[in-house]
Design a protein around this ligand. Structure first.
Ligand SMILES: [Zn+2]
Length: 263
């Protein structure tokens, strides 16, 4: 992805300083571990990459809000968001063992100084499990930003390349939502609110503005709109096209188009 890099911890702190100086109040951290395994050890270990990065950023910039992605897919060899039985290549994610690992991950992230926990894997009961797990360790004040409505989408492609987290087999449709199903989003929202979510996320954002609106109608919680990697790449590509048009280069809207050009 243009302008997107995997950063080491020292570089993250530099980047976070620039972000903070620009007046941007918060960042979200995603981890790329050196090693991936079946138990997603890199996600929940005290010395996991996101935990170390969160501590480094909060130490340098205590006022910058650090949100952490809480999921297993960047840390499992198979790239799925949950725990799979060893040798089971049917793609069946085991929900409850996954919840245990997510609780461990969230607690380790809170211990490391993260301000907001953002669980993104859409497992059943994940918000409640993480809330209970955090409360039990004295982190009652740490809010949960739930990826409440996360649609299965080709827009995630560039991120999976950037984070080396494409599923090695199968896909994520058993735990992400059917793109055509609006009501499912509202059901997921209701559940997440009942389970104790403090903020709700809709993802992808541009293609789901109807859902963002409906979520806003259904709840008084803050709603986050997540522009995912494919949307970001599209904007970058459009800017490139606009640049070449300005410079008199070859691209022109086709006569058959509606005047907006074809993307
Ligand atoms: Zn995931």
């Amino acid at each position: 992805m243009p302008g997107v890099y995997q950063l080491s911890i020292d570089k993250i702190v530099e980047e976070a300083k620039q972000v903070y100086d620009l007046g941007i109040p918060a960042i979200i951290l995603f981890g790329i571990p050196t090693d991936k395994d079946a138990d997603a050890t890199g996600a929940w270990h005290d010395h996991g990459i996101v935990q170390r990065a969160a501590t480094a950023v909060k130490t340098a910039l205590p006022d910058l809000i650090v949100i952490v992605d809480t999921c297993l897919c960047e840390y499992t060899q198979h790239g799925h968001c949950g725990y799979l039985e060893t040798g089971d290549l049917t793609g069946r994610v085991l929900n409850d063992p996954t919840l245990e690992l997510l609780i461990k991950t969230a607690v380790a992230q809170a211990n490391a100084g993260a301000d907001i926990i953002a669980p993104s894997g859409m497992m059943d009961g994940f918000v409640q499990a993480i809330r209970k797990g955090l409360d039990a360790k004295g982190f009652e004040e740490i809010p949960i930003l739930s990826y409440a409505a996360k649609y299965a989408s080709a827009y995630y492609g560039p991120f999976r390349d950037a984070a080396d987290s494409a599923p090695q087999f199968g896909d994520r449709r058993t735990y992400q939502m059917d793109p055509a199903n609006t009501r499912e989003a509202l059901r997921e929202i209701e559940l997440d609110i009942a389970e104790g979510a403090d903020m709700l996320m809709v993802k992808p954002a541009l293609a789901y503005m109807d859902i963002i609106w409906q979520v806003k109608q259904a709840s008084n919680l803050p709603v986050a709109a997540y522009n995912v990697s494919g949307e970001y790449s599209m904007v970058k590509a459009a800017a490139l096209k606009a640049g070449s048009m300005k410079n008199g280069l070859s691209w022109k809207p086709s006569p058959a188009s509606n005047g907006l050009g074809q993307i």
